[in-house]
Ligand binder design. Structure first.
Ligand code: BG6
Length: 511
């Protein structure tokens, strides 16, 4: 355990950083949920951490008819009482502007242009604009086109223009390609920041540090020592208020080409030559392209889909998916996915990657478990007690954030017994708990123009290429037995069978 002084020193170091340069953050979808729940608190946190420039403003755009006062109230709803009335609060609220407008109407963009000129004049923001599209996906391409037509996307040596695009980026490979084409007709790749909020999570960023800042793991991080890798993303919540969107998407589209592929690529990529954006993203894209595409037969054998029926969340009785608001009563949309994938390269050939993600599962828990091979023979097989040990390195993403390694140990006593123990590191114990949303680093990186944590066009398309064959087969063969798992369990029994056929089991995730 680190001493208090060491922890303080680490935290001070962690909180350093240079403020970003002058800019205006233009938020499309400013009255929406994402803005209120994640973006506004993140901007406020950045202001508290002194990472925002003094020359800064926010211009919110949405169709809602809001007065400046109402907008300010909405954007500060998240604040705790002790934050109100502080200098940072004062600073933040003096920089909030609002413009009502229809995203498809050129007049909106004419008004935005004028507002931005006024803001530049009043706040010395120098014409640097970060456009954040926190809108429904159908507006992504039209907004970018309108920005282009209004001359708002043009950057030069004197000022920059960047666009952040939220997920979902397309609903299959074809639509993702078409969206890439549309936005690239207006923007250069270095102006596009395709966001995946998983890359804002400390533990996700730490995968690279863990792998490439330590010499001891890389030599065993390959097919010679790794038996299999399991990525689990469990949510206990259902679809909440998002039934309408979710029922047209499903878990495969919602989670796999983006979040799960980020976890997979960071775990399996080769070491980049530098920590520059394209160096890192080249390696991620390369490994994603090496994932073996599944043919139709393999889709049947290596993919599992599920939909939750009624059950429990903790001790509370909850309805099945088909009874959720916004969901069709006969819906065939999946709320659970498990996949077995292989990677065709020298490092990973033959190592199965088992992925599972779903809603209304037994626990909120996201982890990457690297299971190492057994010892060449079992020296202690005749011990009075011998728990066969598979060394497992677990990168815990959430809610507990940390890393643990299990290994065999002699159980104390005169008679030889061998058990399994853990070495574990937890972020909160070492660094203390930080009240960050995960969007802080992403917003800050956009402002300083660092795209390392953002998806490039080829990465997005590689993610969809993995998922597309599964979507095709599932579309052709609708599920017959939905719902097939009870809320509050670890998904359908077929997910266990997926591993059982290979003589394996999902890692037991304890509450
Ligand atoms: C979003 C999905 O991208 O990620 C949601 O659309 C999902 O359906 C969410 O619940 C999970 O994010 P987190 O950070 O809670 O794991």
């Amino acid at each position: 355990m680190a001493t208090a002084a060491a922890v303080t020193a680490e935290r001070e170091f962690y909180q350093g950083g240079t403020p970003a340069g002058p800019s205006v953050l233009v938020l499309f979808g400013a009255a929406g949920d994402l803005t209120k729940r994640k973006l506004a608190p993140s901007i406020f946190n950045l202001a508290k951490a002194k990472l925002l420039p003094k020359d800064f403003a926010i211009l919110g755009i949405s169709v809602d008819d809001l007065s400046p006062e109402q907008f300010r109230t909405q954007l500060t709803e998240f604040l705790r009482d002790e934050d109100r009335g502080t200098d940072v609060y004062q600073w933040f609220t003096e920089r909030l502007y609002y413009e009502r407008g229809d995203f498809a109407d050129p007049q909106t963009f004419a008004r935005i242009t004028q507002r931005l000129l006024d803001i530049d004049r009043d706040h010395h923001t120098q014409g640097n604009y970060l456009f954040y599209l926190a809108t429904a996906p159908k507006f992504f391409a039209p907004i970018v086109q309108q920005l282009g037509k209004a001359g708002l996307s043009q950057q030069d040596d004197a000022h920059w223009r960047r666009v952040v695009i939220e997920k979902p980026f397309g609903h299959d490979l074809e639509s993702a390609k078409s969206l890439n084409r549309d936005i690239k007709a207006v923007l250069q790749e270095n102006q596009i920041f395709r966001i995946d909020h998983y890359l804002g999570k400390e533990t996700v960023q730490n995968i690279m540090v863990f792998r490439f800042d330590n010499a001891i793991f890389e030599p065993i991080w390959n097919r010679r020592y790794v038996d299999n890798v399991q990525i689990t993303n469990g949510e206990t919540v259902g679809v909440e208020q998002r039934g309408g969107y979710f029922d047209t998407a499903g878990t495969l589209r919602d989670m796999v080409p983006n979040h799960i592929m980020q976890l997979l690529s960071l775990t399996t990529m080769e070491s980049p030559a530098s920590f520059r954006a394209d160096s890192v993203r080249n390696e991620q894209a390369k490994v994603l392209r090496a994932v073996q595409p599944l043919d139709s037969e393999e889709v049947l054998q290596r993919s599992v889909r599920g939909q939750y029926g009624e059950g429990t969340e903790g001790t509370v009785q909850v309805p099945g998916y088909r009874k959720e608001p916004g969901v069709a009563p006969e819906s065939r949309t999946e709320t659970f996915v498990a996949l077995k994938l292989n990677i065709d390269n020298w490092r990973w050939a033959g190592v199965p990657f088992y992925l599972r993600t779903g809603k209304r599962l037994a626990q909120r828990h996201t982890e990457i478990a690297i299971q190492f091979k057994e010892t060449p023979f079992q020296l202690f097989r005749n011990a009075l007690f011998h728990k066969p040990n598979t060394n497992t390195l677990v990168i815990q993403i959430q809610p507990v954030e940390g890393i643990s390694l299990s290994f065999g140990a002699k159980i104390p006593g005169p008679v030889l017994r061998v058990g399994s123990v853990d070495m574990s590191f937890q972020y909160s114990k070492y660094f203390g708990a930080e009240a960050y949303t995960g969007y802080e680093v992403l917003l800050y990186d956009c402002m300083i123009g660092d795209a390392t944590l953002f998806q490039r066009a080829d990465m997005v398309e590689a993610g969809w290429s993995i998922v597309d064959p599964v979507l095709d087969v599932w579309r052709a063969l609708p599920p017959r037995r939905f719902p097939n798992y009870a809320a509050g369990t670890w998904g359908p029994k077929e997910a266990d069978e997926l591993l059982a056929i290979d003589g394996r089991k999902w890692r037991n995730i304890e509450p």
